[in-house]
Design a protein around this ligand. Sequence first.
Ligand code: G16
Length: 544
Amino acid sequence: MQTKTYATTAYEGQKPGTSGLRKKVKVFQQPKYLENFVQSIFNSLVDFQGKTLVLGGDGRYYNRQAIQIIIKMAAASGFGELIIGQGGLLSTPAASNIIRKYQAFGGIVLSASHNPGGPDEDFGIKYNVSNGGPAPEKFTDALYEHTTTISNYVIAEFDDIDLDSVGETQIGELKIRVIDPVADYAQLMAEIFDFDLIKQSIAAGLITLRFDAMHAITGPYATHILEEVLGAAPGSVFNAVPLEDFGGGHPDPNMVHAHELTEIMLGANPPVFGAASDGDGDRNMIMGAHVFVTPSDSLAIMAANARLIPAYAKGISGVARSMPTSQAVDRVANALNLPCYETPTGWKFFGNLLDAGKITLCGEESFGSGSNHVREKDGLWAVLFWLNLLARKRQSVADIVTEHWQKFGRDIYCRHDYEAVDSDIANGVVDHLREQLDSLPGKTLGSYTVKFADEFSYTDPVDHSVSNHQGIRIGFSDGSRIVFRLSGTGTIGATVRIYLEKYERDAKNHAEDAQIALAELIEIAEQLSQLKQRSGRTEPTVIT
Ligand code: G16
């Protein structure tokens, strides 16, 4: 195999965010931009020669071109085998499964997740380590250092690989395997859940469902598992064909962007169950007839009912949630006497806890939940969890949620996002909040009294690494919270996220609309942050 070394110069700003490097496609298309980043990944690895690398992406615009470049660079760097999803496709959880199942050295996942796709939209790339999970901060920090000093990259010269046919190709010492992206994942799901029971419930008409794949990666996975294996009516999965631009949509499973599903579920004669997933298949939105389940509640309900699922029937070892996620799961953990961990935002922070067996289930308010079956969050897994639950409990989604609240109380919750805010203004807002932290405890704000105010810092209980500046937290004496963070996944300016949470024990108030119940906290958040005043915005871009 012929290889060639090219001189290059560093690009600024190749610092991985919450989940890899996400930029506009046009940024990635600059000469040697992708090559610099990929070479920097390889320069951060030790002892990988001859080993296996998994490669796949969510199929968005530039996926195919990027994969061909990465194949040739991986070949030149000395990998022994590449496992690639057919068509260059692998959902993020499926990639995590393949890395683990075939004991690969690591994997490269191409995705900008829930961000839109197309020539003028977003692209992304991240490296996953041998446990199948996103590389930890120690690795991404080292990788970033490499991007700032890179001076050359090496690439092999051979024709583009046929990604559309399953099979094997040998090029010199390198074996390239193009695999069915769905089969291994579908098999894993069948091992976790009671497929026979779900199938019976669907056949008996007890469960009817709609799944919005949003023209993204879960289309083929959901069609196979939900329709072909479990027998849901043809067409139950819609927007099922992955498109490079997601059909012009924003593949983010929330009630704003998955509006087709939302209209079905809140409209006349809805099915029993509705769900959606995102660009790369790791997020999920759960709905029932006339009801939306917040991701935080979904996690808590899963934890409370885990024993009803075959894979977790013997019990779970513990749970974890990201800091801004509501405390609903903490209440379940407390009742079941389970350890409960609070981590920074980012799935990578769950990896050590899962590897060490300290937790079995984890989740985030950002529409992500998962378990120890892979090391990524997993959209379809969450959907199957709920289907298994519905089949076992023979209750509606609304009844399951209401019963859960009656038992544990309700953490009324919502998130306000202000997108594409000028970065200096956003940083000014955070600085302004930071300056007030020492003076807030004990203060009365409206009907709330501040109990604590701090900037979240996390010490990993396994490797003791410390992650600072993970969000501003303001906790009140009644357990309510306001959290402020800057997103690490946006590509334009800064996205300011405000997370609002209020605990309500009294069942007669459980049906209240979240925006109304949280109105006073929303006011207090503005008073403290001056976000609207400083940014000139009058309302959030998205409320979830
Ligand atoms: C990624 C991370 C999640 C995180 C989410 C939002 O998800 O894996 O852990 O919660 O981003 O992060 P931020 O608030 O920093 O934008 P995904 O689905 O985008 O890969």
